[in-house]
Write a protein that binds this ligand. Sequence first.
Ligand SMILES: Cc1ncc(COP(=O)(O)O)c(C=O)c1O
Length: 371
Amino acid sequence: MSRIYLSPPDTGLADQAAINRAFEGGWIAPLGPEVDAFEVELASVTDRSHGVALSSGTAALHLAMLLLGVGEGDRVLVSSLTFSATLNAIRYVGARPVLIDSTPESWNMDPDLLAEALESGEYAVCIPVDIYGQCADYTAIVPLLAKHGVPLVSDAAEALGATHKGEPAGSFGAMAGLSFNGNKIITTSGGGAMVTDDAEWADKARWLSTQARDPAPHYQHSSIGYNYRLSNLLAALGRSQLSDLKRRVDIRRAHNMFYREALGHLPGVEFMPEAPGNRSTFWLTTFTVDPAVAGVDREAVRLHLESLDIEARPVWKPMHLQPVFAECEVFGGAVSARLFEHGLCIPSGSSLTESQRDRVVTEIRSVFGRA
Ligand SMILES: Cc1ncc(COP(=O)(O)O)c(C=O)c1O
């Protein structure tokens, strides 16, 4: 039996045909008609006026910091429960992350802790993360930030296709970052995008991401630029993948419902909640195992799955527990620490078959049966 992965790329013949078409069109260079069309389609799916196709989601967040003028020593509010890329983008511009713990209701940025932080200091920007495909509580967060005049950049890397109160992930705040990394809902093997309603920011992001070239026939530069643009070939793959977004999200959601029904009754097991008003992509299905109730811990489950070539991973280790970010200020911390200690992500990809899913369930149940 072959290994069951957590969230492998879901690609097919239509994707291959799209890349071939782009190849035959002759636009092998970074720019081209597929990039332009992909940007329009990304803007449409996130209900934005503009999209900028980039080489990664990290690049999108980095450019967002540059466009907002965030710099050395500025303080940036950010979810502690995230992947390091979110904080790396803050550090690239020399700013200082201020970490906000999760609320147990959605595992996302806790608006009460955010309010506390906002009362106690000045901040250049706030980056809530839509963790595991569920939007942060923008209904609470947007007015809080508006009251304090702090711009919002949404990290929607894991949430393309999700909604909050009917509004799409990526539509909140000044700008949002998306990722098309190999493990995401749609993939360009590696890639990302920044989406915004501001034409000037979009233009400036395109300029910065192509080495900030001044308008001149020769190569002239009066700013530091970046090589962050997505290639035309990969944009063709992205377009093909994006055309199938609904199916991809529906399948991940169906996996989640299936796992909840099959495993939700196990003692000590609690699935990541979907907060009212949210429709998550359930990019990854995740749950916590309370060892005092279950008689087994998360690691026993993970190691058993691994011994059978089934990939499962602990929930993100929050940033306030990461050695590289240990010096950062943090508001709260116990909730995401507990999620990391007890949480597990299980195979959730849109190419996961029913028989693979059954195998995952059988093996998880067997660990609990031994308790
Ligand atoms: C929450 C979050 N933010 C940012 C990123 C960075 O995206 P990329 O890998 O495309 O740079 C990722 C995923 O990789 C992520 O999960």
